[in-house]
Design a binder for this molecule. Structure first.
Ligand code: ADP
Length: 414
C-alpha cells in the first residue's frame, strides 16, 4: 500500500482524503470545519469498495463502509484540527500508525508566475506561497495555515504543493496579457493566471486515456462546471486559453460569480450607487451568477423553478448557457477545431440540459450530441456524442484529490 494524504485547506476549515496510490482508491476522507469558532465540527468517512481510479484514471462513486462519523468540539486552530483528524483515523481507521502516509499533498490556489509544477515544500516555498497572498488574499494564507499545521503533524514525510494555476503556465503572452498599460500591469503582476488547473489536467488526460488516443495529438475543450466554473482550450495536453483570469471571477457565469462583465459597470456603480470597492467585490463574487439572477446558486433549484414557470429562473439558465456557447465557439476558433469536448464537476456531470444547450448550435463544427446518451443517468466516464460526430463529447467525472495525490507522489518519489 502507498498511502498519500491530500489536504485542501480553507481559512476556517480543511478537507482531507487518504488515497492508496497502488490502486488509486480513496481509503478515507473528512472535513474539519468551524475552526476558531466556539464549537467546531469534524466528519470522517471510511470507504469499503472505493473508487477504482488509478488504473482507468477515473474515479467512480465510492460506497460507504459505515455512516460518516461526526464530532462536535472546540477546534481553536488548524493544528488542533489535525489532532482531531488523527483521532478520527485512530478511532475509525485506517490506522496511520500501521500504514503512515508516504507523502502529503496540498492544494494551493495561487502559484503566480513562479510555480509551474508540483513543488516540494521547504521553508523558502512557504515564504513564496505567503508572498503570493497579494494575488490571492483569501486563499493562499488559508492554504498556508494547512501546510504549517500538517508539517507539524507529519514532520517526517515530504509535503508537496500542487497549484491550481500551474497547468495554465503554458498560456502564451497573447492569451495571458490584458490590454492595459504594461507598466501598471507589471508593477502589480496583473495578467491572466487561470484556475481549476488540476481538474482540467486530470480530465483532459482521463479523456485521452479513455479514448486510447495520445494526449499530444488531441485538441480538447474542457468545461469544469461546478459552483465555480471555467473552460480551458487544451492543445496536445497544454493549456492554451482558459476563461478564469487574474482571479477566479472572470469568464463563465457561476453559482454566485458574475463571470465576464464590462468593467465600466463597476465605475458606474461606484459613482452612481455609492458602492465601495468591498461592496463591488461582494456583489460580483458572492451575490451574482445564478444566485443574483434567480435567487439560488444551485442549478437543481433553477431547474425546479423553471418547472414552476418562473421567468427569472429561465433567464438565468439562458444567460448561463449563452455564455458557455460563446466560449465553446471562441475556443474552437483558438484551437482550430477540436477532437474532444468534455464536461465535468457538479453541473457538467449532472445537467444534460446545460451540456446540450452549450453545444446545440455547433453542428457546423462537427459536434453532434446523442440525446439519449446525454440524458442517460449512467455514472462514470462516457460518450454523449453520436457515433457520426466528428467531435467526441464526453462526461468525465473529475477527481482533483487523485490528481493532487499523483502529482505529490511524482515529486515525493520521482
Ligand atoms: P464545487 O465547485 O463547490 O466543488 P461541485 O462541482 O460539487 O462544486 O458542483 C456543485 C454544483 O453542482 C451545485 O451547486 C449544483 O449547481 C450542481 N449540481 C450538483 N448536482 C446536480 C444535479 N444532480 N443536477 C444539476 N446540478 C447539480
Amino acid at each position: 500500500m502507498t498511502p498519500v494524504l491530500v489536504i485542501n485547506s480553507g481559512s476556517s476549515s480543511f478537507k482531507y482524503q487518504l488515497l492508496d496510490m497502488d490502486t488509486g482508491r480513496t481509503l478515507a476522507s473528512g472535513l474539519v470545519e468551524r475552526i476558531g469558532e466556539p464549537i467546531g465540527v469534524a466528519r470522517h468517512t471510511v470507504y469499503a469498495t472505493p473508487a477504482p481510479a488509478a488504473t482507468g484514471g477515473v474515479a467512480g462513486t465510492p460506497t460507504f463502509l459505515d455512516a460518516t462519523r461526526t464530532r462536535e468540539l472546540p477546534i481553536p486552530d488548524h493544528t488542533a484540527g489535525f489532532e482531531v483528524m488523527l483521532d478520527a483515523f485512530a478511532s475509525y481507521g485506517p490506522s496511520l500508525t500501521e500504514t503512515p502516509p508516504v507523502a502529503v499533498g496540498h492544494r494551493v490556489v495561487h502559484g503566480g508566475a513562479r510555480f509551474f509544477e508540483p513543488t516540494l515544500i521547504t521553508p523558502l516555498v512557504e515564504i513564496n506561497i505567503d508572498e503570493l497572498s497579494v494575488l490571492a488574499p483569501l486563499h493562499n494564507p488559508a492554504n498556508l495555515a494547512g501546510i504549517v499545521a500538517a508539517r507539524t503533524t507529519f514532520p517526517d514525510v515530504p509535503h508537496v504543493a500542487v497549484f491550481d494555476t500551474a497547468f495554465h503556465q503554458t498560456l502564451a503572452p497573447a492569451a495571458y496579457t490584458y490590454a492595459i498599460d504594461t507598466e501598471v500591469a507589471a508593477a502589480h503582476r496583473i495578467r491572466r493566471y487561470g484556475f481549476h488547473g488540476t481538474s482540467h489536467k486530470f480530465v483532459s488526460e482521463a479523456a485521452a486515456a479513455f479514448l486510447a488516443r495520445p494526449l499530444v495529438e488531441l485538441k480538447q475543450i474542457v468545461f469544469h462546471l461546478g459552483n465555480g466554473a471555467s473552460v480551458t482550450a487544451i492543445d496536445g495536453g497544454r493549456s492554451i486559453d482558459t476563461s478564469m483570469g487574474f482571479t477566479p471571477l472572470e469568464g463563465l457565469v457561476m453559482g454566485t460569480r458574475s463571470g465576464d462583465i464590462d468593467p465600466a459597470v463597476l465605475f458606474q456603480l461606484e459613482r452612481r450607487a455609492g458602492m465601495s470597492v468591498d461592496d463591488l467585490d461582494d456583489l460580483l463574487n458572492k451575490r451574482s451568477g445564478l444566485l443574483g439572477l434567480a435567487g439560488s446558486n444551485d442549478l437543481r433549484d433553477i431547474r425546479a423553478a423553471i418547472g414552476r414557470g418562473e421567468p427569472r429562473a429561465l433567464l438565468a439558465f439562458e444567460v448561463y448557457v449563452h455564455r458557455l456557447r460563446a466560449y465553446a465557439g471562441a475556443y474552437l476558433a483558438q484551437l482550430g477545431g477540436a477532437d474532444v469536448i468534455s464536461f465535468t464537476a457538479g453541473v457538467g456531470e449532472n445537467a444534460p440540459g446545460v451540456r446540450a444547450g452549450a453545444l446545440e448550435t455547433l453542428g457546423f463544427a462537427g459536434v453532434e450530441i446523442d440525446h439519449e446518451r446525454n440524458e442517460s443517468a449512467e455514472r462514470g466516464i462516457r460518450v454523449i456524442s453520436t457515433d457520426a460526430s466528428a467531435v467526441t463529447v464526453l462526461v468525465v467525472p473529475t477527481d482533483e484529490e487523485l490528481e493532487i495525490a499523483r502529482q505529490t507522489l511524482s515529486v515525493a518519489r520521482p
